[in-house]
Design a protein around this ligand. Structure first.
Ligand SMILES: C[S@@+](CC[C@H](N)C(=O)[O-])C[C@H]1O[C@@H](n2cnc3c(N)ncnc32)[C@H](O)[C@@H]1O
Length: 178
């Protein structure tokens, strides 16, 4: 049984899936869920689960280069400057704390494709493993095969100058990401 949200393409019922070049399996260590990158009904590409995920499960880690605020600020300007067209309108940064940002733009895992939803099915938690901070997504409810993985970005309005319209289409959508 596959649940499909209204209007959202489901990769597991879509025959074009086999032709889509962006399918990458999440081959991280055992215990992680089987996840697929596929075009999203929310924005660009998104991350989907191909298996049932019970509530409270570890879903995936946000992996990338850990940089400081100064480097992140420089890279943000570089990525949005137009020199690298593919990074112009998207942001693959995850802020762990004031000093540490994970940049998954050039080197990183598929968690960077997780889109924002105002009614998400996952939550990002910062956990410490051997004194190292890691960002791990946990399921907040059970997630059916074929559902897009989402979390609430919790962007502050003052973070960015321009407001980013939200396309999560959830019942309680706040209309903007920031
Ligand atoms: C980490 S990327 C997510 C993956 C992205 N969809 C892609 O194709 O690479 C974050 C960016 O996706 C877009 N995005 C994510 N969730 C969105 C939403 N609910 N509404 C509109 N844009 C969204 C924004 O441009 C945001 O900066």
């Amino acid at each position: 049984h596959i649940t499909v949200s209204a209007g959202v393409t489901n990769p597991f019922t879509d025959l074009r899936m086999s032709l889509f070049p962006f399918i990458i399996y999440n081959m991280q260590s055992k215990g992680w869920k089987h996840l697929v990158v596929y075009k999203s009904g929310i924005h660009g590409l998104g991350l989907y689960t191909s298996e049932f995920i019970p509530r409270g499960s570890m879903v995936i880690e946000y992996v990338g280069e850990i940089v400081g605020q100064r480097v992140a600020d420089k890279r943000e300007i570089e990525y949005h400057s137009g020199k690298r067209q593919q990074y112009k309108s998207v942001c693959y940064f995850f802020k762990i704390d004031k000093e540490h940002i994970i940049d998954a733009t050039r080197k990183g895992g598929i968690a960077r494709f997780i889109n924002h939803s105002c009614m998400p099915n996952c939550v990002a938690k910062i956990i410490s493993v051997k004194n190292e901070k890691k960002v791990v997504f946990f399921s907040e409810r059970h997630i059916d095969p074929g559902e897009e993985i989402t979390y609430d970005y919790h962007f502050n309005q003052e973070d960015e100058g321009e407001r980013i319209p939200c396309f999560c289409r959830s019942f309680s959508c706040r209309q903007y990401l920031n």
